[in-house]
Design a protein around this ligand. Structure first.
Ligand code: PAF
Length: 287
C-alpha cells in the first residue's frame, strides 16, 4: 500500500492504473469505513482511500479543530483491509489559495435546494463544502467508482445529484450503515462518548426503529410519528435537531402514496467533555 500526500504523487501512483475505486473519508476509521473499502475492492482493481478533514464543510462553531486525526492507525487498518493507495493531503494541496487562515476557495459547488433542509438547516454551507471537496477529490483521483456510506443519506443523495448534474463518469455506490450491537450507527463522533453515553446513544436508532414499525403497520400520520419520537428523545435528554419521514427517492417530505421512505434523525447528546455531540442516523423503509 502506497501513502501519498500530494496530487503529483497521487497522479504518478495512478498513472498506469485502469479501474479505480475510490473511498473518500475524513479518517479516524472504523468498521463502517472498512466495509466501504471492501465494497470498493469488489468493483475495481485499484482502491484509493482519501483521508482529509475538510475545513470547508465545518461551521464556525463545529468540531473541525477537535475532529480526531489518527493517520498512522488509519493507514494500518487500510493496509490490513487491502487498500492500494492512501491519499492524505494537507489543506494547501486541496485549497491552493489557503493563506494559513482563510481557504480563499473562490468557486464552490452550489448544491440543490434540498441541501438547506434536514442537516443543512442547522449546518448552513455544509453540503456546499462537501460537494466542493468531493468534486476536487474526484478530479484528483478520477475514479470509475466511488463508495459512500448510507449513514450520511442526505450527503449520498447530494453527491449522486452532483454526478448527474455535472455528467461525471463515476458510478456511485452506497455502503450499508454498520451498527454496534445496540443499534448505534458507527461514527467517528461516537469516540466523543463514554461507555454510558454510547449506551444512551442507541436511543436515537431505537426511536427511528419504532417509527419504521409504525409505518410498516400502516400509520400514515407522518407528523404525529415525528412529533412523538422528538418528544420522547427530548425527554430522554437529547436535543433533537430533526426527526423526519421523507421519500427515499426525492428526499421530499413523505406523501401518503410513497412506497419507498427513509426515516432520518439528527440529535445532540451530552458527551465526555460535558459538551454536546451531534449524531445522525436513518433507516430506509419499503412499504
Ligand atoms: O462523509 C465524509 O466523511 C465526508 O463528508 C467526505 C465525503 C469524506 C467529504 O469530506
Amino acid at each position: 500500500m502506497q501513502i501519498v500526500h500530494t496530487i503529483a504523487e497521487l497522479r504518478a501512483a495512478l498513472k498506469n492504473q485502469s479501474g479505480i475505486s475510490f473511498v473518500p473519508t475524513m479518517g479516524n476509521l472504523h468498521a463502517g469505513h472498512l466495509q466501504l473499502v471492501e465494497i470498493a475492492k469488489q468493483h475495481a482493481h485499484c482502491v484509493v482511500v482519501s483521508i482529509f478533514v475538510n475545513p470547508l464543510q465545518f461551521g464556525a462553531n463545529e468540531d473541525f479543530g477537535s475532529y480526531p486525526r489518527t493517520l498512522e492507525a488509519d493507514c494500518e487498518k487500510l493496509k490490513a483491509a487491502g487498500a492500494d493507495i492512501v491519499f492524505a493531503p494537507n489543506v494547501t494541496e486541496i485549497y491552493p489559495d489557503f493563506d494559513g487562515k482563510n481557504l480563499n476557495q473562490t468557486m464552490t459547488i452550489t448544491p440543490p435546494p434540498i441541501a438547506s433542509e434536514l442537516c443543512g438547516a442547522s449546518r448552513p454551507g455544509h453540503f456546499s463544502g462537501v460537494a466542493t471537496v468531493v468534486m476536487k477529490l474526484f478530479n484528483m483521483v478520477q475514479p470509475d467508482v466511488a463508495v459512500f456510506g448510507q449513514k450520511d443519506f442526505q450527503q449520498l443523495f447530494i453527491i449522486k445529484e452532483m454526478v448527474k448534474q455535472f455528467n461525471l463518469p463515476i458510478e456511485i455506490i452506497a455502503g450499508d450503515t454498520m451498527r454496534e450491537a445496540s443499534g448505534l450507527a458507527m461514527s467517528s463522533r461516537n469516540g466523543y462518548l463514554n461507555e454510558a453515553q454510547r449506551t444512551q446513544a442507541a436511543q436515537l436508532n431505537a426511536a427511528l426503529q419504532s417509527m419504521v414499525q409504525a409505518l410498516k403497520n400502516g400509520v400514515k400520520n407522518f407528523s404525529a410519528l415525528e412529533n412523538t419520537a422528538t418528544q420522547k428523545l427530548n425527554q430522554q435528554g437529547w436535543e433533537v435537531d430533526y426527526i423526519s419521514i421523507r421519500s427515499a427517492l426525492t428526499l421530499q417530505p413523505a406523501a401518503a402514496q410513497d412506497q419507498h421512505l427513509v426515516v432520518l434523525g439528527a440529535a445532540k447528546i451530552s458527551n465526555n467533555q460535558a459538551g454536546k455531540t451531534r449524531l445522525i442516523d436513518n433507516i430506509e423503509v419499503h412499504l
